[in-house]
Design a protein around this ligand. Structure first.
Ligand SMILES: Nc1nc2c(ncn2[C@@H]2O[C@H](COP(=O)(O)OP(=O)(O)OP(=O)(O)O)[C@@H](O)[C@H]2O)c(=O)[nH]1
Ligand SMILES: [Mg+2]
Length: 334
């Protein structure tokens, strides 16, 4: 893919040009070595303009209605609060198909056509630099483009090393009524991190079942230790399709935002996230460098043979390869 020069991309992003923003994000996601320097330059240019939005993670098991929810809520935020809404939706289905098919729900056509919104259905390709790398960079670009509300949709399987809560300010967990304690495979950890829990599709369930589940969830959340933010997690029921229950959620979002922005908490949380991002990136770079190192690969083969013959233990062989790699790196630096 051919990209415009970085200055042009940056100007486009800064002026809120959605096509340029989309291309900028594609550049960030590109694994092509030629694109790396330009991606870095674009990110550097955007950094001073970032940090301004409220970043909201929407997580939940596949099919809970995350995309539909973001769309309905997003349209309301844009319409009633004049918010500029960006959505980064990572579509697990397109990951399976290699990114060629994106469902209508992920495209969020109603929101995407709103002049105050930007929807980016990303195939969620995981490349070196940590799974969150592309998403974090995309958030920065969206903020530089003037979006004040950024949604990140992910499947809360809890398998990823980086969870969405490591990159957002507010985490919403979506779940279906009647899904029981195990929350359809969503890990307990995600429940503990959630600031707002939403039972979706209330139009398809009896009010009694919804109330019961909400009550149980509230009781379960009370067992977790109090949050550092000072926020007490809330529980809601809604239907994104019938547009019910959404305004209460909007109200909570505003209150949460006010709370975390009026204390040191948001700054502290973001600082912690940066530290996490830096370490993750460094780890990925180290791995990448070691994997590309010819002498490491030669030694690996040699020790693999020897380990297979049981002449050396695997841990001892790994130590020797690591030692040789570090000495080689030091030698080069001299
Ligand atoms: N009855 C009803 N159906 C809904 C509601 N919200 C979503 N759905 C339906 O549930 C299905 C899944 O919705 P999505 O919004 O794609 O769910 P998702 O959580 O984003 O799904 P993945 O991204 O694939 O994990 C679709 O068929 C929606 O039409 C709702 O409020 N009520
Ligand atoms: Mg979805």
């Amino acid at each position: 893919m051919i990209f415009p020069p970085v200055e042009e991309l940056f100007e486009g992003v800064r002026n809120g040009d959605r096509a340029m923003l989309a291309r900028g994000i594609t550049l960030m996601e590109s694994a092509h070595p030629d694109h790396r320097e330009r991606a870095k330059a674009l990110l550097d240019a955007c950094l001073p303009l970032s940090g301004t939005a409220i970043r909201i993670g929407i997580t939940g098991a596949p099919g809970t209605g995350k995309s539909t929810f973001i769309e309905s809520l997003g349209v309301r935020l844009a319409m009633h609060e004049n918010r500029r809404v960006a959505v980064l939706a990572y579509d697990p289905a397109s990951e399976r198909t290699g990114g060629s098919i994106l469902g209508d729900k992920t495209r969020m056509t109603r929101l995407a056509t709103h002049p105050n919104a930007f929807v980016r259905p990303a195939p969620g390709k995981r490349r070196a630099g940590g799974i969150g790398d592309g998403t974090r960079q995309s958030i920065i670009l969206c903020e530089a483009a003037g979006y004040d509300t950024v949604f990140v949709e992910t499947v809360g399987s809890g398998q990823a090393e980086t969870t969405v809560s490591d990159m957002v300010d507010l985490l919403m967990l979506l779940t279906l009524p009647g899904s029981g304690d195990e929350l359809q495979g969503v890990k307990r950890g995600v429940m503990e991190e959630a600031d707002i829990v939403v039972f979706t599709k209330e139009d398809a369930h009896t009010p009694k079942a919804m109330r019961l589940d909400a009550r149980r969830m509230k009781a379960a959340l009370r067992l977790f230790p109090p949050k550092e933010s000072g926020w007490t997690p809330t529980v809601h029921t809604c239907s994104a399709q019938k547009e019910s229950g959404l305004d209460m959620i909007r109200k909570d979002m505003r209150e949460y935002e006010r709370l975390v922005k009026s204390s040191e908490y948001l700054a502290r949380r973001r600082r912690k996230q940066i530290g996490c991002w830096l370490r993750e990136t460094l780890e990925a770079r180290l791995l990448e460098t070691a994997r590309a190192d010819a002498s490491v690969n030669r030694l690996l083969e040699k020790y693999e043979e020897r380990a297979a013959r049981r002449e050396i233990a695997v841990a001892a062989a790994a130590d020797l390869v690591l030692k040789a790699f570090m000495e080689g790196e030091r030698g080069e630096a001299d």
